[in-house]
Structures are given as structure tokens and as C-alpha cells.
Design a protein around this ligand. Structure first.
Ligand code: ZN
Ligand code: FE
Ligand code: FE
Ligand code: ZN
Length: 267
């Protein structure tokens, strides 16, 4: 029943295993489909942008590696995706990227909340202590809402990423979640349960149970993904994610091909 659409490759310089290795793991774990979604290139004029994404020049190698996996595992549908960084002002670039391949899906991700400040980068952890967690969450969720409202993405990644290192603001967090969830519902953009949070200090999937509950009430659509940066992480903790999805009331999961959504009932 499961698909895993959020996996990486060595082209982003911080993941291990090529698509054929991820495909092998997906077959061993009995997944119905695998999708690759490595960190998107930036326009050549902005490179070097950071040290954790593929370069534009590597895009053909990415396509080749996905084709190689498809040839090696013809029984497994292998989708071609990309984890695209949303930054304000990059809309034209995102549009350009969307025309560079026959993508099965584009994932919208917010990692940067200000120039040079990628909040999930351990290099910047001290900013959570020296600054205001409230303000960081506010900047992040405003950017995430803008990301959704571009309508450029099939689903968004790790919705409450700023909790990665364990920093959560005081009080009821729905003040952050509600605008994003309204945008998901209005634009028909789906979101993922991302099990990588379990492997981080956050100690739980992205997003939390409250986000899931509110998103289900609003009619938003869901996927379950691992954000694997190594083949051993493919499908990791999907049973935990499924339990969360069911507890929030979800009865269907999204599948994607050629940027078209299909809903599959949860068994
Ligand atoms: Zn990564
Ligand atoms: Fe990400
Ligand atoms: Fe990722
Ligand atoms: Zn990610």
C-alpha cells in the first residue's frame, strides 16, 4: 500500500546510495512505488548557493540515475520528483525548473527563512537560543504559506520543520498551522508525514498530531514519506506514520504520476 516519494541521492552531497539502491530497498520493503526527490538546483548565476544541493550541471546525471533504477527494477514504478526550495522571488526559477523534465511531482520545501539562514542546518542551531523561537516559527510558517500559494507544488515537505532540533514556541501552535492549512485546502496542495523527524532531536514525525488533525478537518490531502538520505531509511517508520494518519481521520493517501493526483484508500 505504501509509496515513498521523498528520497535523495549523492548528487546533493549529503546522501548515500543511488536510485537503484533505493529501488532495491523499496522492493525489499514491499513498497508499491518509489520516488526520487533530490534537493533542487539553483540558477547558475546564484551558484555556489550552498553545499547541500545538486548543481544544474548534475541534472542530466540525476535523470540517468533514475532511468538506470527503472531499467534495473521494471516491476517497481519509480517516479521522478524534485525537492524544490521555495524562496521568495524565485517563482520564475521554479517555473523554469518545472519545464526541465517530465516530473511526476514537485515538492515545495522551505528551509531558508532569510538569506543564508537554512533553519534545519546544524550550523545555525545557536540562532534558536540567541533569538526568539516564536519569531523563527513565524518567519518559517509565513514562508511556507507563500510556498503553498504559488500553486507550483504537488505537495509540501516536513510542514513543521523548525521543531527539528527540539525548539517549539509556547502555547497553542495552531496560530502557526491554520494559515498554511487554509492555503493547502484552497490550492489543493497535499502535504506529507515525514518520518525523518523521528531520527532527529524533534523525536516525532513532521508534522505533529495537531497539524494532522486540523489538516484532515480542512480536507487537505496526505502522503507518507521517509526523506531517506540512505537506502536503509526507505519506508522507515511508515507504520508509525500510518497510525498517526488514521488517528487524525485520514482514510486515503495521495499517489502522483505526471503531476496528477490519485487517491488510494488506506487498507
Ligand atoms: Zn537533505
Ligand atoms: Fe527538506
Ligand atoms: Fe528531503
Ligand atoms: Zn527534506
Amino acid at each position: 500500500m505504501f509509496t515513498d516519494y521523498h528520497t535523495h541521492t549523492p548528487l546533493c552531497h549529503h546522501a548515500q546510495g543511488w536510485p537503484r539502491d533505493y529501488a532495491q530497498a523499496a522492493v525489499e520493503r514491499g513498497l508499491d512505488e518509489l520516488g526520487l526527490a533530490d534537493h533542487s538546483p539553483m540558477p547558475a548565476r546564484l551558484e555556489p548557493f550552498d553545499d547541500w544541493r545538486m548543481s544544474l550541471a548534475d541534472l542530466p546525471r540525476y535523470f540517468e540515475a533514475v532511468e538506470e533504477a527503472r531499467a534495473a527494477f521494471p516491476q517497481l514504478p519509480i517516479r521522478l520528483g524534485l525537492e524544490v526550495d521555495y524562496l521568495p522571488g524565485h517563482e520564475a526559477w521554479i517555473e523554469e525548473l518545472s519545464g526541465m523534465a517530465r516530473w511526476d511531482y514537485l515538492i515545495g520545501s522551505v528551509h531558508y527563512i532569510a538569506p543564508g539562514w537554512d533553519i534545519d542546518n546544524p550550523a545555525h542551531i545557536s540562532r534558536f537560543e540567541s533569538g526568539s523561537v516564536e519569531e523563527i516559527w513565524d518567519l518559517y510558517f509565513k514562508a511556507l504559506e507563500a510556498c503553498v500559494r504559488t500553486r507550483a507544488f504537488d505537495f509540501i515537505a516536513h510542514p513543521d520543520l523548525p521543531k527539528k532540533f527540539g525548539h517549539r514556541p509556547q502555547g497553542d501552535l495552531r496560530r502557526f498551522y491554520e494559515p498554511v492549512i487554509a492555503a493547502l485546502a484552497e490550492t489543493g496542495t497535499a502535504f506529507e508525514i515525514n518520518t525523518a523527524g523521528l531520527r532527529k532531536p524533534a523525536g516525532e514525525c513532521y508534522p505533529d498530531a495537531l497539524f494532522l488533525h486540523l489538516a484532515h478537518e480542512a480536507g487537505a490531502r496526505l502522503l507518507i514519506n521517509s526523506d531517506a538520505h540512505a537506502p536503509a531509511e526507505v519506508g522507515a517508520n511508515f507504520d508509525d506514520a500510518l497510525a498517526l494518519a488514521k488517528a487524525a481521520g485520514f482514510t486515503e493517501l495521495v499517489r502522483l504520476a505526471g503531476r496528477q493526483k490519485q487517491l488510494v484508500p488506506i487498507a
